[in-house]
Design a protein. Sequence first.
Length: 199
Amino acid sequence: MSAVVIQADQVAAQAWRNGGGQTRELLAWPNASDWKLRISRADIASDGPFSAFAGVQRWFVVISGTGVVLHMPTVDGHTLDHHLCPGHVPLHFDGGLAPGCSLIDGATQDLNLMARGGTACMQAVDGDQPWSADFAMRGLYTACGGVWSDGVDRVVLPADSLLWLAEAGALPKAAFRFIAIDTEPTHAWWLGYTPDLTP
């Protein structure tokens, strides 16, 4: 097992073009200039639209703060509002829609997973329940300190960190677990991605 651990606060923040927040790019695969998978943590400081990512599937979850309302355009020209707060299920949507975003009551911190082709997921960790998923790459983002294990190896993770296994598909299909330390409920999310390798 060869896991990489990236601590969010050690990644340089990049300001948004609209000045409404900043992003820390935790992972870009296969590279930052032409990524198929991107995992980032955002700090949203003011209302404004999301950037459009045509051809990208996006997952979004609120880590901290009171939450946001995403104003999602619909095919019939209307807008559907999604109220998202800490503890809610991650929202999966078409990144090309570029929804508007309104803060409910002050700044928030959020986790984003974006995939261009292939299949991906973001799923909240459910207590000490195991997670066994058939993805080529698998990982965990945690907003709280805890211990990750695949049944053989274990890694102690600080709060606000990403653990990532880029070659997880080559491993036996182990059940991953994460046990939070002195935190209830657990604020952590399983992440998975399998690229589309067809020409």
